[in-house]
Design a protein around this ligand. Structure first.
Ligand SMILES: [Zn+2]
Length: 202
């Protein structure tokens, strides 16, 4: 019994044996509730103990140090943050994300706008509470936490906003355009819903 990344509960039953699934679920309900909460929380971008980067969960390790430095180690799944106190950790993560998201957005917007033959009037990375948005004037804004997402979801966010330059509302025409450049956009949209933006509260 396990939760898949999309939070589907998968139950494997030995072949040739009949199992009362309802009774099994009833029996395991506390385990299921616990694992469900864990699976949901693992999609949090930034929590007290960990941070998401490129879809990978990294454990935050703070070390007292007067110099400030943030060093991610993707192979060990850790981010070492040297700072004067734990209260500085979120700020150093914020700076790291801003830099990485900006680099990503510049590259991806350049590439995808050529593909879609569109040209935004302005592109920026800001502290917004949505993944991205587009104004009627053709200005695109992206959330500073975008880099936390797996590559295909980041790409989806950029494509979504760029398609708004052609179709401003979420009309059938918009979805049709989006499906040309991102055929599995509905699946990506669904997956994106599982990620919880850091709102500064914890
Ligand atoms: Zn939209």
């Amino acid at each position: 019994m396990r939760f898949l990344p999309d939070l589907t509960l998968e139950i494997s039953v030995p072949s040739g044996r009949s199992v009362d699934i309802n009774a099994l679920i009833e029996e395991k309900h506390s385990w299921i509730n616990y694992e469900y909460a864990r699976a949901v929380n693992s999609k949090r971008i930034l929590g007290p103990e960990g941070v998401m980067f490129g879809g990978q969960y990294l454990k935050l390790i703070q070390i007292e140090d007067i110099r400030e430095e943030l060093t991610p180690d993707f192979s060990s799944g850790e981010v070492v943050v040297r700072s004067t106190g734990e209260w500085r950790v979120k700020e150093l993560v914020r700076r790291w994300f801003l830099k990485e998201t900006s680099n990503y957005v510049i590259r991806q917007v350049h590439e995808s706008s050529a593909l879609l033959r569109v040209k935004p009037s302005r592109v920026d990375v800001r502290e917004i509470t949505k993944w991205g948005y587009c104004t009627r004037g053709g200005r695109l804004s992206f959330c500073w936490q975008l880099i936390a997402l797996p590559e295909k979801l980041r790409e989806y966010v950029v494509l979504h906003e760029l398609v708004h330059l052609i179709e401003f509302s979420h009309s059938p025409a918009f979805k049709k355009r989006l499906s040309y450049v991102c055929p599995d956009f509905r699946a990506r949209e669904k997956e994106l819903d599982l990620f919880v933006l850091y709102d500064g509260s914890t």
